[in-house]
Design a protein around this ligand. Structure first.
Ligand code: AMP
Ligand code: ZN
Length: 120
């Protein structure tokens, strides 16, 4: 699999070809605000490498996916989620049609902040 899919909107965001409101960036991971937030905190975390969905995750992706899990709580606090246990957040990885995945570049929704939320 190539690192980027030329037709993928999140690959274009990862490469800076489409602008995003960045939350975090390193060599392998980008986090940016969801364009259509449904909670006070709603950002997306992506591997810069094109992985179409979680269903395509392989052992070679374990390191980057693990790093995303460990990074998520830190970025959630930075973006305004209250600390655990009173606060917290929700991670969501929509996968495939039944999972209501719309963008086929694997991404983690990080959702939180004071309720009520528009959904979830
Ligand atoms: P899903 O694939 O169902 O997890 O949904 C894709 C998410 O990406 C939706 O919440 C969209 O609002 C969000 N989204 C789509 N395009 C952009 C963009 N250019 N910048 C930020 N978020 C986006
Ligand atoms: Zn992509």
């Amino acid at each position: 699999m190539s690192a980027h899919d030329p037709n993928c909107i999140f690959c274009k965001i990862a490469q800076g070809k489409i602008p995003s409101r960045k939350v975090y960036e390193d060599e392998d991971i980008l986090a940016f605000h969801d364009i259509n937030p449904w909670a006070p905190v709603h950002f997306l975390m992506i591997p810069k490498l094109h992985i179409a969905s979680l269903a395509q995750a392989e052992p070679e992706h374990e390191a980057v996916l693990g790093r995303m899990m460990v990074l998520a709580p830190k970025l959630a606090l930075q973006e305004g989620c209250r600390p655990y246990p009173e606060g917290g957040f929700r991670l969501q990885i929509n996968t495939g049609a039944d999972g209501r995945q719309e963008v086929h570049h694997m991404h983690v929704h990080v959702i939180g902040g004071p309720r009520p939320w528009a959904k979830g």
